[in-house]
Design a protein around this ligand. Structure first.
Ligand code: SAH
Length: 218
């Protein structure tokens, strides 16, 4: 079983990650390593290595592998960074980050997803460098700031100042910025105290909901 997933994982990395232009060797290594099948619902395990998002419950999704690789590549991780992820979801992106950075803080607002991801990350795979937090990620984690990298894996109409304020000098923040349905992957770098913004193409994420995000719909 595991061997089958391993060969599917290699195929996914070859076809959807390398062939589509991801070149960061460390990102490629991390994606070859993290068992994506553990992060999807059992009913979808067969589809774990396709290049598409999948439902993870509570109306949320695990991002497609290429998007995970692309966002991670934009973070330019060397292994020494403290990273904040907003939107733990399944925990898959957090696992990839943990392979590449020194420490990962990841926040999820939905308790069921938070507990599920925590179980996989901390009890099943046993990452020692991940801190999982239940709460509103639009506030960031001021007590642990500044962060060398911040990755928002839900769509934001704007980038809350409270988050850019938690970005260290020479830090990089990656966020899907746009409306609720379609966004532009946006890379923000803090250099000499200034924020430099770069657009990196279209993307589609579930909305960021919270104090500095969208309001919850009933
Ligand atoms: N990174 C995830 C995919 C995220 S889907 C993965 O690898 O699976 C986006 C997630 O962001 C959802 O789980 C959603 O509940 C969460 N989210 C939305 N708004 C949030 C907020 N303000 N704080 C924390 N999590 C939030």
């Amino acid at each position: 079983m595991n061997q089958r997933f391993e060969s599917e994982r290699k195929k996914m990395v070859d076809e959807h990650i390398i062939r589509r232009g991801i070149t960061d060797e460390r990102v490629i290594e991390a994606m070859l390593k993290v068992p994506r099948e553990l992060f999807v619902e059992e009913a979808f395990q067969e589809k774990a290595y396709g290049d598409h998002p999948l439902p993870i419950g509570c109306g949320q999704t695990i991002s497609q592998p290429f998007m995970v690789a692309l966002m991670t590549q934009y973070l330019k991780l060397s292994g020494t960074e403290r990273v904040l992820e907003i939107g733990t979801g399944s925990g898959y992106q957090a696992a990839v980050l943990a392979e590449l950075a020194q420490k990962v803080y990841t926040i999820e607002r939905i308790k069921i997803l938070f507990e599920k991801a925590q179980k996989i990350l901390l009890e099943k795979i046993r990452y020692k460098n991940i801190i999982t937090v239940l709460g509103d990620g639009t506030l960031g984690l001021p007590n642990f700031a500044p962060f060398d990298r911040i990755i928002v894996t839900a769509a934001s109409s704007d980038v809350p100042k409270i988050l850019t304020d938690q970005l260290a000098e020479n830090g990089i923040l990656v966020v899907p910025k746009g409306d609720k349905f379609i966004q532009t992957l946006t890379i923000i770098t803090r250099r000499d105290g200034e924020l430099i913004t770069q657009d990196a193409g279209g993307c589609v994420f579930v909305p960021l909901i919270g104090k500095y995000g969208w309001k919850e719909e009933n």
